[in-house]
Design a protein around this ligand. Structure first.
Ligand SMILES: *[C@@H]1O[C@H](CO)[C@@H](O)[C@H](O)[C@H]1NC(C)=O
Length: 447
């Protein structure tokens, strides 16, 4: 306990800083709908876009949802960009980024539907969902040659990117501001049930489609599995799902650091709650904070630990280092402490299950049973393509194989030797080894 308290003192200043950044949380209740359309060609180079973003960063915080890094990067690359806003049933106002298919935009008249899957027509609608501590920026930061959103757009898809509640693009709620504890009372469970369902329904309405393709990175798959098992009717709305570095089962590996995280998980939850800390932001201080917890006791040396943590956030990737550090910071985003602690519980239990309040009454109240219920993966009928790296931080090969075994409809699975989870964004071979295979399967898909 003493260790943890010291650590919290280290980490406090960064939380105070994160409060100051919160200003996008506004009072002006934005409804669901499209905010801006920009399909004009932009003459800016990519570097110009970044510069403008940095120069305007201060002003942007106070502006509404009109400009951001993702939109600037898309426009700088000369692709059409749109922002859409979706409100969930529980009041979270989520921003969606879109690179619409130019075939759909030809007459800038959306009512003139192009038939899908025809030569020159739209290949289909695809939703990309980012991982833990990330945002839609992950799918564009590496630029038009290798960013997943761009290569999908080039292949003829109508590309949408979600931003989970609590991330820098989705920090509004009709009833709460991010300063209130109630705003942060969510995990990836709610991101699946609340955010993904609202986003998918909105996209299908907007594009007049029955189903869409889904590509999830890391937590993007955890949330999808939650949705598909808890609300099985969404299985019909997804034709194929591709999972990159999917997180589902945890704790089967022998990683001492991961074991340590599980050991301190309950204390961490209690301590952060006591101190009214509900948001974790991926700053140096937080890395240090988590590092100190995870790397205490029996775990390997501090250096090994911080290396692994750096990898967890993508700092260690060679290509990430090449990108402007400021840009990487802008690509990263905060999460609720509950999101992390919920993952910690999966390591403890080795089950894919709902949040355990570790309190008889609360569990009874929420679940009508003492134990946190497991997600029933036999209800997930969507065909999956799964890609995992052998150098994953949280997930071991055994965890990954457990997911492959328990998902009823795995079409293909591969483990990429030496890859960590950020390789699915930054690795120089990601197009060749992963994206091109996903695109091929989606293009060959017919109902
Ligand atoms: C899980 O779902 C399957 C398929 O709907 C069902 O047959 C099975 O009873 C469920 N298992 C549990 C533990 O609820």
């Amino acid at each position: 306990m003493k260790v943890i308290l010291q650590l919290v003192l280290i980490v406090m200043p960064s939380f105070i800083r994160s409060e100051a950044i919160d200003v996008t949380a506004g009072r002006s209740g934005t409804g669901t709908g499209k905010v801006i359309v920009s399909n004009r060609k932009s003459s800016n180079g990519l570097s110009m876009g970044i510069k403008n973003f940095e120069r305007d960063a201060g002003r942007q915080r106070f502006a509404s949802y009109e400009r951001d890094l993702v939109i600037d990067t898309i426009e700088a690359a000369d692709y059409p960009a749109e922002i859409h806003v979706v409100t969930t049933k529980d009041g979270y106002i989520l921003k969606l980024h879109r690179i619409p298919d130019p075939a759909l935009l030809k007459d800038t008249d959306y009512s003139e539907e192009q038939p899908l899957n025809e030569p020159g027509g739209c290949q289909g609608v695809v939703l990309l969902m980012h991982g833990l501590f990330s945002t839609a920026a992950d799918f564009v930061v590496t630029g038009p040659e290798s960013g997943l959103a761009f290569v999908l757009a080039d292949a003829g898809f109508d590309v949408w990117m979600g931003n989970a509640r609590g991330t820098r693009f989705s920090r509004k709620n009709l009833n709460h501001t991010p300063k209130e504890a109630a705003f942060w009372d969510f995990s990836w469970h709610e991101i699946g049930i609340g955010d993904l369902s609202a986003i998918i329904d909105y996209m299908l309405r907007q594009t007049n489609q029955q189903s869409l393709f889904y590509v999830g990175h890391n937590q993007g798959i955890t949330a999808l599995l939650v949705l598909l098992s808890e609300k099985p009717r969404y299985n019909r709305k997804i034709s194929i799902a591709a999972g990159m570095a999917p997180v589902a089962y945890l704790g089967s590996g022998n990683n001492e650091i991961v074991k340590n995280l599980a050991k301190f998980n309950d204390q961490l939850w209690k301590t952060l709650n006591t101190l009214n800390i509900f948001e974790l932001t991926p700053t140096e201080n937080v890395l240090q904070f988590l590092g100190n917890i995870i790397c205490s006791g029996e775990a390997p040396t501090q250096t090994v630990c911080s290396d692994l943590l750096a990898e967890m956030f993508g700092y260690s990737s060679d290509q990430a280092k090449l990108l402007l550090p400021g840009m990487l910071d802008n690509a990263l985003s905060g999460i609720s402490t509950k999101q992390l602690v919920h993952y910690g519980q999966l390591i403890q239990s080795r089950k894919l299950q709902q949040f355990d309040y570790k309190n008889f009454l609360t569990n009874m109240q929420r679940y009508k049973q003492v134990k946190a219920p497991e997600y029933n993966l036999s209800k997930v009928t969507v065909p999956f393509l799964l890609f995992s790296g052998s150098r994953e931080f949280f997930t071991s090969s055994a965890d990954f194989q457990k997911l492959v075994k328990n998902l009823p409809n795995v079409e293909s699975q591969s483990e990429l030797p030496g890859w960590g989870h950020m390789d699915f964004i930054y690795n120089a071979q990601v197009y060749l080894k992963v994206y091109s295979r996903i695109i091929e399967v989606m293009q060959n898909f017919t109902t």
